[in-house]
Ligand binder design. Structure first.
Ligand code: AMP
Ligand code: ZN
Length: 112
Protein backbone atom coordinates (compact mmCIF):
# COMPACT_ATOMS: atom_id res chain seq x y z
CA UNK A 1 0.00 0.00 0.00
CA UNK A 2 1.66 3.21 -1.17
CA UNK A 3 0.98 5.47 1.81
CA UNK A 4 1.52 2.86 4.55
CA UNK A 5 4.41 3.52 6.98
CA UNK A 6 5.24 -0.14 7.55
CA UNK A 7 5.01 -1.01 3.83
CA UNK A 8 7.63 1.71 3.30
CA UNK A 9 9.81 0.39 6.13
CA UNK A 10 9.60 -3.18 4.75
CA UNK A 11 10.57 -1.87 1.31
CA UNK A 12 13.55 0.05 2.73
CA UNK A 13 12.05 3.41 1.71
CA UNK A 14 12.04 4.60 5.34
CA UNK A 15 15.05 3.69 7.52
CA UNK A 16 14.69 1.29 10.42
CA UNK A 17 16.90 -0.67 12.79
CA UNK A 18 16.59 -4.11 11.21
CA UNK A 19 16.55 -7.27 13.33
CA UNK A 20 15.69 -9.85 10.64
CA UNK A 21 14.45 -10.06 7.06
CA UNK A 22 13.37 -12.78 4.65
CA UNK A 23 11.09 -12.94 1.62
CA UNK A 24 7.91 -12.83 3.72
CA UNK A 25 8.62 -10.83 6.86
CA UNK A 26 10.66 -7.92 8.18
CA UNK A 27 11.58 -7.32 11.83
CA UNK A 28 12.93 -4.09 13.32
CA UNK A 29 13.35 -2.33 16.65
CA UNK A 30 10.43 -0.20 17.81
CA UNK A 31 11.21 3.52 17.65
CA UNK A 32 9.58 4.06 21.07
CA UNK A 33 10.52 0.95 23.06
CA UNK A 34 8.23 -0.07 25.90
CA UNK A 35 10.69 -2.62 27.33
CA UNK A 36 14.49 -3.13 27.24
CA UNK A 37 13.88 -5.34 24.17
CA UNK A 38 11.03 -4.25 21.90
CA UNK A 39 10.97 -5.20 18.24
CA UNK A 40 8.20 -5.55 15.67
CA UNK A 41 7.65 -8.35 13.15
CA UNK A 42 5.61 -7.41 10.08
CA UNK A 43 4.55 -9.09 6.84
CA UNK A 44 6.16 -7.49 3.79
CA UNK A 45 2.78 -7.63 2.05
CA UNK A 46 0.18 -5.24 3.37
CA UNK A 47 -2.34 -6.78 5.79
CA UNK A 48 -4.22 -4.17 7.81
CA UNK A 49 -4.48 -6.10 11.09
CA UNK A 50 -5.12 -9.49 12.69
CA UNK A 51 -8.71 -8.95 11.64
CA UNK A 52 -7.70 -9.23 7.97
CA UNK A 53 -5.92 -12.61 8.19
CA UNK A 54 -7.43 -15.19 5.81
CA UNK A 55 -6.59 -18.66 4.49
CA UNK A 56 -4.94 -16.91 1.52
CA UNK A 57 -2.48 -14.78 3.53
CA UNK A 58 -2.00 -16.64 6.81
CA UNK A 59 1.30 -18.32 5.88
CA UNK A 60 3.06 -15.11 6.82
CA UNK A 61 1.63 -15.32 10.33
CA UNK A 62 3.25 -18.73 10.82
CA UNK A 63 6.50 -17.33 9.46
CA UNK A 64 6.29 -14.36 11.84
CA UNK A 65 6.08 -16.71 14.82
CA UNK A 66 8.98 -18.80 13.50
CA UNK A 67 10.98 -15.58 13.33
CA UNK A 68 9.93 -14.55 16.83
CA UNK A 69 11.20 -17.88 18.18
CA UNK A 70 14.42 -17.66 16.18
CA UNK A 71 15.29 -14.05 17.03
CA UNK A 72 14.49 -14.37 20.73
CA UNK A 73 16.59 -17.56 20.88
CA UNK A 74 19.48 -15.77 19.14
CA UNK A 75 19.20 -12.90 21.62
CA UNK A 76 19.17 -15.33 24.54
CA UNK A 77 15.66 -14.29 25.53
CA UNK A 78 13.49 -16.97 27.11
CA UNK A 79 10.70 -14.85 28.61
CA UNK A 80 8.85 -12.42 26.39
CA UNK A 81 5.43 -11.16 25.40
CA UNK A 82 3.92 -11.06 21.89
CA UNK A 83 1.20 -8.45 21.32
CA UNK A 84 -0.84 -7.47 18.28
CA UNK A 85 -3.25 -4.59 18.72
CA UNK A 86 -6.22 -4.76 16.36
CA UNK A 87 -8.16 -1.53 15.88
CA UNK A 88 -7.85 1.86 17.57
CA UNK A 89 -9.74 0.89 20.72
CA UNK A 90 -7.19 -1.88 21.28
CA UNK A 91 -4.32 0.56 20.73
CA UNK A 92 -3.43 0.00 17.07
CA UNK A 93 -1.84 3.16 15.66
CA UNK A 94 -0.26 1.77 12.48
CA UNK A 95 -2.78 -0.05 10.23
CA UNK A 96 -0.34 -2.71 8.96
CA UNK A 97 -0.28 -6.04 10.83
CA UNK A 98 2.57 -6.21 13.33
CA UNK A 99 3.57 -8.33 16.27
CA UNK A 100 5.25 -6.51 19.14
CA UNK A 101 7.87 -8.62 20.94
CA UNK A 102 8.65 -7.25 24.40
CA UNK A 103 11.19 -8.56 26.90
CA UNK A 104 13.61 -7.62 29.64
CA UNK A 105 11.27 -6.46 32.38
CA UNK A 106 8.43 -7.80 34.52
CA UNK A 107 5.08 -7.78 32.70
CA UNK A 108 1.70 -7.26 34.34
CA UNK A 109 -1.54 -9.02 33.52
CA UNK A 110 -4.11 -8.07 32.36
CA UNK A 111 -2.58 -5.48 30.01
CA UNK A 112 -4.03 -1.98 30.28
P1 AMP B 1 0.59 -0.09 17.48
O1 AMP B 1 0.38 1.14 18.30
O2 AMP B 1 0.26 -1.38 18.16
O3 AMP B 1 -0.07 0.05 16.13
O4 AMP B 1 2.14 -0.19 17.24
C1 AMP B 1 2.83 0.65 16.37
C2 AMP B 1 4.24 0.71 16.86
O5 AMP B 1 5.05 1.24 15.81
C3 AMP B 1 4.46 1.63 18.07
O6 AMP B 1 5.03 0.87 19.13
C4 AMP B 1 5.43 2.70 17.54
O7 AMP B 1 6.37 3.10 18.50
C5 AMP B 1 6.08 1.99 16.37
N1 AMP B 1 6.60 2.85 15.32
C6 AMP B 1 5.97 3.90 14.73
N2 AMP B 1 6.75 4.43 13.78
C7 AMP B 1 7.90 3.71 13.77
C8 AMP B 1 9.12 3.77 13.01
N3 AMP B 1 9.31 4.69 12.06
N4 AMP B 1 10.09 2.86 13.29
C9 AMP B 1 9.90 1.94 14.25
N5 AMP B 1 8.79 1.82 14.99
C10 AMP B 1 7.80 2.69 14.75
ZN1 ZN C 1 1.28 -1.62 4.82
Amino acid sequence: MSDCLFCKIAAGEIPSNKVYEDELVYAFHDIDPQAPTHFLVIPKAHIASCGEVTADNSAVVARAFEVIARVTRELGITDFRVVSNCGPQAGQTVPHLHFHVLAGRDMTWPPG
